[in-house]
Write a protein that binds this ligand. Structure first.
Ligand SMILES: [Zn+2]
Length: 450
């Protein structure tokens, strides 16, 4: 790995609001060694120099919740609300094969890199065979992204195919196998969790997951209160007012828990999230696409809940573009509250960087530009018609910049994209492989009855 000197950059370190400056960043052995205002005086012979003139240098974005293989299911079943849509997504498990997970996940990772993502959390929930998780992980590792693999479990539910229901001991054995096979792997960490409680997890499984996660020091990722129908289910079948309240009795909300969506949560539940230190992954594009509702993001931020941003899978987004997601997150709160000032651009940027890192237990490694953290950095070209002139940098990153403006992406000091060219992937080959996987999957899906 080359030592890097990124010079002539407009730096947004994300360490404090309104702190932007011109300067340079040095990285050695994948770690940020120096961040400074001014121009670099000396250049070491071993250093690879990147001239960032015209670009913003900021922490790489963190996509805190997605399902990578779903790029193969873009714009399929897009007119359905959550439950009938989920029935089809789950039903796919009957025909999904490991090669679909690999080809889809690789395309999803490459798309993520192009949109400035350096850390990605895969909420893995369909495992008709153990190889499916391994193939997703293979793609994530080949991409070079910092990766969190949240291997979740389901054990019940009318719409859940038998091939994806697991007894806790079987699931835990499979997860232990994943952990053992990736012990010491660079840039990779694991989580576990119930997929969408309580519609596909029994109380018994929730108890077991809490015990297993604590035993293995794993964080918990779960879909929480995504739609009204999930809350109605928890009221009807478990006599609780909401999903967070239901999960509280099992000790599931905790400092290393990340709850995707959290759309239908009460003020009491927001307080529970704050008190337990649980994070939320806000996925506005997916929530809008499925007609779920509007997450109380402003209320959560005001209460001190850590909020991250996620795209969710491309089957309900339909992209992996976190710039789109930032803009949607901002605009959705403004229109929902009918108040243009209700959320600040810097809050949105923070959700997409440090908020995500914190939610995934990675804030010591990434999320800001500071000496000692890993060099997970992106250069965004602002010298374009739609970005100029600059009047408010944070607002313009959120509301003007586009994924296509991302010029260079660095993870752990390694260039994954340089001047718009992916370094690890042949895009033509990626497209051909994903196209083939898509044709095969669609053929198999067409034969299914839902
Ligand atoms: Zn999801």
């Amino acid at each position: 790995m080359a030592d890097l000197l990124i010079k002539n950059a407009l730096i947004i370190p994300m360490t404090e609001e309104r702190k932007f400056f011109n300067g340079y960043v040095r990285a050695r052995d994948g770690v940020i060694a120096e961040v400074a205002e001014s121009s670099a005086r000396e250049v070491a012979q071993s250093e690879q120099i990147i001239d960032a003139h015209g670009c913003v240098l900021m922490p790489g974005l963190v996509n805190a919740h997605t399902h990578l293989y779903q790029v193969l299911l873009r714009a399929v079943w897009e007119d359905l609300e959550l439950m009938p849509w989920l029935k089809r997504i789950y039903g796919c498990a009957r025909v999904l094969r490991p090669e679909h997970f690999y080809a889809g996940s690789l395309l999803g990772c490459a798309e993520s890199i192009r949109s400035g993502v350096t850390t990605i959390c895969e909420h893995n929930f369909l495992n008709p065979t153990p190889e499916c998780a391994f193939e997703t992980l293979r793609a994530m590792r080949e991409s070079g992204l910092r990766s969190v693999f949240a291997r979740t479990i389901m054990d019940t539910g009318e719409i859940v195919p038998e091939c994806t229901k697991e007894k806790p001991e079987t699931a835990f054995r499979r997860i232990e196998n994943l952990l053992a096979r990736h012990a010491g792997a660079d840039k990779l960490s694991f989580m576990t969790g119930p997929n969408t409680p309580p519609i596909n997890t029994t109380p018994g499984l929730l108890k077991e997951i809490r015990r297993f996660a604590a035993d293995k020091s794993l964080g918990i990722s779960a879909h929480v209160a995504e739609s009204k129908s999930v809350v109605e289910c928890v009221r009807r079948e478990h006599g609780k007012n909401g999903v967070v309240e239901f999960l509280q009795q099992f000790g599931i909300p905790a400092a290393n828990s990340i709850f995707a969506h959290s759309v239908h949560v009460s003020p009491d539940e927001i307080r529970m999230l704050q008190e337990t230190g649980a994070s939320v992954s806000h996925n506005p594009v997916s929530n809008m696409m499925l007609g779920d509702g509007v997450a109380p993001v402003v209320e959560m931020l005001r209460a001190g809940v850590n909020v991250a941003l996620g795209t969710d899978g491309a089957a309900s987004n339909h992209s992996q573009d976190l710039f789109d997601t930032m803009k949607a997150a901002s605009l959705l709160q403004k229109v929902h509250h009918q108040d243009a000032g209700v959320i600040r651009p810097y809050d949105v940027l923070r959700m997409a960087t440090l908020g995500g890192a914190k939610a995934l237990g990675l804030e010591a490694l990434c999320g800001t530009i500071e000496a000692g953290k890993r060099a997970d950095l992106i250069l965004v070209n602002l010298h374009t018609l739609h970005n100029q002139p600059i009047n408010d940098l944070a607002s313009q990153i959120v509301h003007c910049a586009k994924a296509g403006d991302v010029q260079t992406v660095i993870v752990n000091g390694e260039l994954l994209m340089r001047d718009g060219a992916l370094t690890r992937h042949d895009e033509k080959q990626l497209l051909a492989d994903a196209g083939e996987a898509n044709r095969d999957l669609m053929k198999r899906v067409a034969a299914l009855a839902f």
